[in-house]
Each structure stands twice: as C-alpha cells, then as structure tokens.
Design a protein around this ligand. Structure first.
Ligand code: MEV
Length: 314
C-alpha cells in the first residue's frame, strides 16, 4: 500500500446542549455551545486500492466496516456524485476526543470534519449551506429524526440559539459562570430516546405537548437570563428542565444520581445534556473554585470523565 505524503485535514468539535434537547426536534428553541475541549480531526491521504478507514472502533476497508460507519459510506457517495468524482484510493484517519454515544455530538462532528477534509482533498470550495446539507444527510442515518442542532453547533465557532427550520443564530454567552460536564460512563442511543419521545406523543399527545412547550419556554427564559447575566435564574431553569426531561423518560438513574450530586455539592443548577438515557450531564457553578468542588464530587460519585468549561466570552 503506497500512501501519499500530503494530508488533507478537516476539523470540528463536540457540542454541549445547554437547554432545549428533545423539544428542539418538535420546533422549540434550544441553546447549544461548541465543546472545544473535545475536538475531532479527520485526515485524508491518497492511497492505493479501495477506501480504508482508521478510527477508534474500526480499522480496515470502508466497504467491510460495520453499520456504524454507514453514514460515512453515504457521505462519500453523495459528495463524489456532486463533485463528479469516483471516490477511491483514499485513507481516512479519524481522531476524535469526543466520547462516543454520550450525547456530545460525536457523529455530527466526525461528519463535519470528514466533509471539510474531502472538499480540501478535491480542492473545491465548500460553503456553509453545502456543509450543513451534507451533515444533515449523515445525521438522518445516525439519529433517524435529528433536529439539525448538532450539525449546526459542531460546525460553528460560537454558541447558537436554534429553532428547527426557522432560525439559527450565533448567540454570544457573556455570563460569568462555569459549566461542569460529567460523563456517566453509560452509552446513550439518541435515536432510541428520540423514537421513545415520539411514542409518548402517540400515547399521550396533550401531556407530551405540554412538556415539550415547557422545555421550549425555559430555553427562551434561559436566553434572557444569559443576556441579563443572571446566573441563579439560569441554574434554576436548568434544574427545572432536567425534571421535565425526566418526565419525558429520557433521563436514567446514572444521570439523576450525578444531577443530585452536583446540586448537593453547590451547583446552581444541573441537568442531563444531549439525548440522555446515559451519556453526559452538566452542572452550573458561579466560580472556578465551586466548579472544582463539584467536579471532584462528581468523580467521587462515579463520573468517568469531567470537563470544566468557562462560559465567559463564549
Ligand atoms: C441530540 O444532541 C439532541 C436531541 O434533541 C436530538 C436532536 O435535536 O436531533 C435529543
């Protein structure tokens, strides 16, 4: 196998949904932040033979890859079609620091980085609209019915305020607080949680609609709390949203335990983040010192990984 010397690199990062997950699928607004502590890089080299991939979960010819990489196969096919290229003779190396299946945007970020790397490889300018359209194709394969928020935030440098099919705007977060992100260590399948919420609509339309609207209302109030630098109000809204997400059945014991731990350790608010049913949670602290106390408690109580994220200047 002879590889080329030139590497074509595409980058992206994970995401943190501050507020509004699940409700955003039904058209309610949500706020999400780029999670730059969890970057992804995709490097493409010229190679001989069929396309091959190297990643944490699979290394080998793409055509033999497990179902998990189906979105990558489809992306290569679609991009090849648009660029009039047969995509072959490539070695794709995926290096991701995003914990997979934890609701932190791993699939969207890998797609973003891959699309960016491929367009560089073919020396074709990639515009924002094209990028988002391709990530959406990939996310539909991975998540079934995505709202599109992961696609927009994993490719954005700034936090976003997002409403499906309506608006998507950068939203500067100048609030002097800290978010602690903690990983329960349990994998959570966003597609299953999203499908189960859809079933809840069938079972009890009125109750589910009310829950979704209550989450959306809190996302709007969270935006105002951030604009007015009201950290305590933001914390309360996060905790209230966790209770609503519990009623939507997308939390679990591991998340509830870490949320309770963070609140007992002095967090101003805490909730699950992303798809839920395992995965990650976030807690809000007023200072770095408090953030460290909460982080240590979360580790003591079972979090397998934690990150402290300053909100000021986001
Ligand atoms: C997943 O990161 C967020 C969800 O709201 C699903 C989506 O918006 O596509 C659970």
């Amino acid at each position: 196998m002879t590889r080329g010397t030139q590497h074509f690199i595409g980058k992206a990062h994970g995401k943190i949904i501050l507020i509004g997950e699940h409700a955003v699928v039904y058209g309610e607004p949500a706020i999400a932040l780029p999670f730059k502590a969890a970057p992804v890089e995709v490097s493409i080299e010229k190679d001989t033979g069929p396309v091959s991939v190297s990643s944490d979960y699979y290394t080998g010819p793409l055509e033999d890859a497990p179902g998990k990489l189906e979105n990558i196969k489809v992306l290569l096919f679609e991009i090849g079609k648009e660029l009039g290229q047969t995509i072959n003779n490539l070695f794709i190396k995926i290096t991701s620091h995003i914990p997979p299946e934890r609701g932190m945007g791993s699939s969207a970020a890998v797609s973003t980085a891959l699309i960016r790397a491929l367009f560089q490889y073919f020396n074709v300018q990639l515009n924002e609209e094209q990028l988002l359209a391709y990530i959406d194709i990939s996310e539909k394969i991975v998540h079934g019915n995505p709202s599109g928020i992961d696609a927009r935030v994993t490719s954005s440098d700034a936090p976003i305020f997002y409403k499906k099919n309506q608006f998507f705007e950068p939203f500067p977060i100048n609030i002097s607080g800290y978010l602690i992100v903690a990983d329960t260590g349990k994998k959570g399948q966003t597609s299953h949680a999203v499908a189960d919420v859809a079933t809840l609509f069938n079972d009890d339309y009125e109750k589910t609609t009310k829950l979704i609207q209550n989450i959306g209302e809190r996302a709007i109030r969270a935006k105002l709390a951030i604009i007015h630098n009201d950290l305590a109000a933001l914390g309360t809204l996060l905790s209230q949203t966790h209770e609503l997400l519990k009623e939507l059945t997308v939390s679990d014991e591991s998340l509830d335990h870490l949320v309770d731990t963070a609140l007992k350790a002095g967090a101003l608010g805490a909730k699950l983040t992303g798809g839920g049913r395992g995965g990650c949670m976030i807690a809000l602290a007023q200072s770095e010192r408090y953030a460290m106390v909460i982080k240590n408690k979360l580790i003591e109580q079972g979090a397998i990984n934690t990150w402290v994220h300053a909100l000021e200047g986001e």
